[in-house]
Design a protein around this ligand. Structure first.
Ligand SMILES: [Zn+2]
Length: 197
């Protein structure tokens, strides 16, 4: 997630209040973890139902959880339940790490969490950090892993629709050494495929 992303309205609302995007995402993640501790369930649908029930029959308690998370985290601005409208229906389980996360995306099609931050690795040749991009947005750790598995198949779950010639990554627009990076990606792809074979 990051720039160029549109968020669901309750997340956009706290961004409009002055919370940086990354912090807004973390806030809704922290709320999800808080609610999981209070009313969680191994099945996503049951977890959502538990929370909807909680909100319906103990709204004060539901809001108290929101206030607690707002107070316990070092947010740059003061927030409480009046400003933070947590929607249980957005809860999903990450396809990669299995943790619950809050789908902040407006299209509601996020499959992976942002829990472990952005995926990057150090490029020893060019002495710089490299990120993975899709549609101009940096991928999270789990999203990058998901893309790799989707495109090449994993060791345990080979992807029958694998398209080995598909370009793995969109390049960082601001990079000037595109050819070098293209080559590097090709090398990495080959290494990755060899590991599978
Ligand atoms: Zn994850």
């Amino acid at each position: 997630m990051g720039k160029n992303t549109s968020y669901v309205k309750e997340v956009q609302a706290v961004i409009n209040e002055g919370l940086p995007e990354e912090v807004a995402i973390e806030l809704f993640q922290a709320l999800t973890e808080q609610f999981e501790g209070v009313d969680g369930h191994a099945e996503t649908e049951q977890f959502k139902q538990n929370l909807l029930h909680y909100r319906k029959y103990d709204l004060v308690g539901f809001r108290r959880n929101i206030d607690k998370v707002c107070q316990d985290n070092p947010l740059p601005i003061k927030l409480n339940w009046r400003k933070v409208k947590y929607q249980p229906k957005r809860i999903k389980r990450c396809e990669i790490c299995g943790y619950y996360f809050y789908d902040v995306s407006r299209n509601g099609r996020k499959l992976t969490c942002d829990r472990y931050g952005e995926y990057f690795r150090f490029d020893f040749t060019n002495r710089t950090y490299r990120y993975y991009y899709k549609n101009g947005v940096r991928l999270s750790d789990c999203a990058a892993e998901y893309e790799r598995r989707r495109r090449t198949g994993s060791v345990l779950y080979p992807n029958s629709n694998r398209k080995p010639y598909e370009v793995l990554i969109d390049f960082q627009p601001s990079e000037n050494n595109k050819q070098g990076h293209a080559l590097l990606n090709e090398v990495e792809m080959t290494a990755w495929k060899n590991r599978l074979n």
